[in-house]
Design a protein around this ligand. Structure first.
Ligand SMILES: [Zn+2]
Length: 442
């Protein structure tokens, strides 16, 4: 196990063969869902399609999508608690997980042991591509619970041969001490949490996180590691390389940034089929450079299949292949937002990640910020709260000038800015809720 790839055959398969494999696997999972899930059967019957109708990618593009709301509707029904998308007898289910429910009622996700093996295998592609090897000692500061989060990362790291330290219910200080004591070399967590950990180490424990032995960090759960200024902050704080990953409970671990850090992520096209849909026309975008939302199929997941799931993640294909030699396509800049987060303010489309990129790029501003969109009369207004790091009070005017200019350039909007004392804005343990839109409440 000294090579560059976890699966040298699949990861370097010529594009044509890879596409042929995807088509074959799609037909198989579609037939599986059609024959074993009442939910999928009804969806496809309504559209008048049967498995034999699928001969090309064009046929796939025309199939009905599955929305999260549809999955929510079948939950807590028979067979309890998953409902009728379940494709296996209940006794074959070995894993229960649920979505975080940030956008509504959580969706329950069953997996068989074979599915769980598939989760671990998909994480091996990610970790190997990010330089994890059997010599690594991996610390996982995650509250092992009903959310899938880094569970599969744990099993993947074990499968790869790493030594895994579960950071479970330890608090942040205890986790830092454990990393220090054991000389852990790698870690996986959300960008929000690794920044918070660095802050605790520095300001509450007098430990410079860069002096610890962590040399690589896998970040997921939020776009941070794909936002260049946030990534730089984390890399500088920890003295480590930071790699992006995106996955989801209902989908699987579908993407990863490789060691070459190409400003984007590979889609694991051996295990997933990604289609990008134009937000306005609904047509599938084949060419690079145009953004749309991701429609994704997990090609091998069986208990509760994921077939043409509308993920709402905004992505675009990168025109260039990666220097690492993988033939899996890159999505440029990672997941750049979610279609339900992108909102119109004063008629201008705003993606919250654009604000993060500006705030995290300015020296003197703290990591935390808060954005509140509201209406005063009929007019939208947008407030941005930021923190100054201790010792930068005298530079406030200069910082404010930079912030105003860069926000205008990047988002075409004016903000009501307010500066707050360090550590007075809310801190988040796992996923942050920094963007609030109060207009709907009125
Ligand atoms: Zn690559």
């Amino acid at each position: 196990m000294t090579g560059r790839y976890w699966n040298p055959i699949l990861e370097t398969l010529p594009r044509e063969e890879l596409r042929a494999l995807q088509l074959r696997k799609f037909k198989r999972i579609f037939k599986w869902a059609y024959e074993n899930s009442k939910f999928h059967r009804a969806l496809y019957d309504q559209a008048g399609v049967v498995p034999e109708d699928i001969r090309s990618f064009e046929d796939i593009h025309a199939l009905p999508k599955v929305e999260k709301s549809m999955m929510r509707d079948i939950q807590r029904k028979n067979p309890f608690p998953y409902g009728d998308a379940l494709c296996v007898p209940l006794e074959e289910v070995t894993e229960f997980r649920q979505t975080s429910g940030t956008t509504g009622q959580p969706v329950y996700q069953p997996d068989t042991w074979q599915d769980w093996e598939w989760w671990a295998e998909s994480w091996c592609f990610i970790l190997w591509a990010q330089g994890y090897r059997p010599t690594d000692r991996v610390f996982i500061p995650f509250g092992y619970n009903v959310f899938v989060a880094f569970w599969a990362g744990h099993y993947g790291a074990e499968k790869l041969g790493c030594e895994v330290v579960p950071g479970g219910v330890l608090d942040t200080k205890a986790r830092i001490l454990k990393i220090q004591e054991l000389k852990a070399t790698a870690m996986m967590a959300t960008p929000t949490y690794v920044l918070g950990m660095a802050d605790t180490a520095r300001n509450k424990m007098g430990i410079d996180p860069a002096s610890l032995s962590i040399n690589k960090l896998t970040c997921a759960g939020e776009p941070g590691a794909g936002i260049p200024t946030t990534k730089k902050r984390i890399e500088e704080a920890w003295g480590a390389k930071v790699f992006d990953h995106a996955g989801a409970t209902e989908i699987g671990a579908w993407s990863f940034e490789c060691e070459d850090q190409p400003h984007g992520m590979h889609v694991n096209e051996g295990l997933f089929l990604v289609e990008i849909e134009d937000l306005e026309t609904g047509k599938i975008i084949e060419e690079p450079g145009r953004r749309g939302k991701m429609i994704i199929t997990a090609l091998d997941r069986q208990a509760q299949p994921c077939v043409r799931f509308d993920s709402k993640d905004i992505i675009e294909w990168d025109p260039d292949p990666c220097s690492c030699g993988r033939t899996f396509r890159l999505i440029k800049g990672g997941v750049v937002g979610r279609s339900d987060d992108i909102t119109k303010v004063k008629g201008v489309l705003l993606a919250p990640s654009a604000i993060e990129e500006v705030v995290r790029g300015i020296r003197g501003l703290g990591d935390e910020f808060e954005v509140v969109v509201d209406k005063v009369g009929d007019v939208d207004c947008i407030a941005l709260k930021v923190e100054l790091v201790p010792g930068t009070e005298s530079l406030r005017e200069e910082i404010e000038g930079q912030l105003v200019d860069q926000l205008r350039n990047k988002t075409n909007l004016r903000y009501n800015l307010s500066f707050h004392e360090y550590e007075t804005l809310p801190r988040y343990e796992v996923k942050a809720k920094r963007f609030k839109d109060l207009r709907k409440a009125h």
